[in-house]
Design a protein around this ligand. Structure first.
Ligand SMILES: Nc1ncnc2c1ncn2[C@@H]1O[C@H](COP(=O)(O)OP(=O)(O)OP(=O)(O)O)[C@@H](O)[C@H]1O
Ligand SMILES: [Mg+2]
Length: 382
């Protein structure tokens, strides 16, 4: 059976988006060097070290590329520490983990960082779609070689599930509720027997999971009901609900940190002043909550105005300022780029945004930032 090739980290550092274990390799290495706590079988870090890696806030001494240095562990997930701790405990247990929440609440982001820290590989991933097949979750065959040589272990194409089982790693299953029931059912036996049967092979017709194997699945609440999980599968998962960031200041911090990371990745030498991001997150929060800071009721859009959408608006504004402006991001740029996030397929959202600009933004337009925002928004809205 072909084994997964090791990731070439020198090449990966040049790609558009390297997996977390490559992007944050120094932090993971530093955590590993300082980790004295017990680890579950096959885990690269102890549960305590995984928690610190996810929540950040510490600086640890380490030897990176034979040089002694201090490595700052950055905050990956902004949210309840107890929630992350429960997620880690679940992954060490015999039950799988299901992260459920609204779109853009960092379910995939958290799952990527958990697998990077636990298994050192976040790429063993199945992207669930309506077209995902049972073969993609278990195994398939190299048809040309099967015709020539018959079913042999070498002619098998293992799925990420099988590779994770053989190496005692964590499998990521994205958007599990988008998969048809047959595919979901195939997971029931994997999660309870911790094995995949291969009836086509006369010998070695069963792949057993090594200790450490587990699954993190994600599901979008907006997709729930597309293919609801069966009762049998529900029982094999511990559900953790990821809420939308509750407080304004934290959301501004997330948008600031992630936008800075994206600008670094895309080599965009632009700085966005915190008050501009504060305004962006305020607009999002007010339209999401249906209430302004002054207590005025506004209509809520049908589109989910998630933190992830706010990050995209901030990053697109930075690109616009860099390529079409003087690299100074203003609230006017934010106004011009916000429309694609607020108004998606539902055109009534356009009316809701217009009303927000007319009632709320206009009232505040005497102040500098809101003035620019109002001008930018009226320009795009026509
Ligand atoms: N609480 C948070 N902590 C850290 N990052 C966050 C948080 N909420 C949102 N983000 C950021 O939002 C972005 C999108 O997150 P992600 O793609 O993981 O969302 P998701 O919940 O998987 O959405 P979907 O359901 O649409 O797949 C990431 O860049 C992530 O850093
Ligand atoms: Mg996702």
């Amino acid at each position: 059976m072909p084994r997964k090739k090791k990731t070439d980290s020198s090449n990966q550092s040049k790609v558009l988006r390297a997996p977390a274990e490559i992007q944050y390799a120094d932090q993971l290495e530093a955590m590993g060097q300082n980790d004295k706590d017990p680890r579950p079988p096959s885990w690269k870090l102890s549960p305590r070290a995984v928690l610190t890696y996810i929540l950040g806030g510490e600086t640890v001494k380490a030897k990176i590329k034979r040089k002694s240095c201090e490595v700052a562990i950055t905050k990956k997930f902004f949210g309840d520490a107890a929630l992350v701790e429960r997620a880690i405990v679940t992954l060490a247990s015999e039950r799988a983990l299901l992260l459920v929440g609204d779109p853009g609440t960092a379910k995939s982001w958290l799952s990527e960082h958990l697998t990077a820290a636990i298994s050192g590989d976040s790429t063993l991933t199945i992207q669930g779609t309506a077209g995902t097949t049972e073969e993609q979750t278990k195994y398939s065959w190299n048809i040309a070689r099967i015709i020539a040589e018959g079913p042999k272990p070498e002619n098998m194409i293992p799925s990420p599930t099988m590779i994770a089982m053989q190496s005692g790693a964590i499998l990521r299953f994205e958007e599990i509720t988008r998969c048809v029931p047959d595919v979901q059912d195939s997971l029931v036996s994997i999660l309870s027997d911790k094995a995949i049967a291969i009836p086509e092979l006369p010998e070695a017709n069963r792949i057993n999971a090594m200790p450490g194997f587990n699954v993190i699945a994600t599901a979008n609440t907006r997709d729930q009901g597309v293919n609801e999980l069966s009762a049998a599968l529900k029982r094999r998962f511990n559900y953790i609900h990821i809420p939308i960031v509750g407080d304004h200041k934290t959301e501004v911090k997330i948008v600031q940190q992630r936008t800075e990371e994206l600008m670094q990745q895309y080599a965009i030498p632009v700085a966005i002043e915190p008050p501009v991001l504060d305004l962006l997150c305020r607009v999002f929060r007010e339209m999401r909550d249906g209430k302004t800071a002054e207590g005025v009721s506004v209509k809520q859009t049908s589109t989910v105005l998630s933190t992830a959408e706010a990050i995209s608006v901030a990053f697109e504004s930075a690109l616009q300022a860099h390529y079409f402006g003087d690299s100074h991001v203003t609230s006017g740029h934010i106004a011009k780029n916000i429309l694609g996030s607020v108004v998606k397929e539902d055109l009534t959202d356009l009316g809701i945004f217009k009303e927000y600009v007319r009632i709320v933004v206009k009232q505040r337009a005497a102040e500098g930032m809101w003035k620019d925002f109002h001008k930018g928004a009226t320009n795009v809205l026509g």
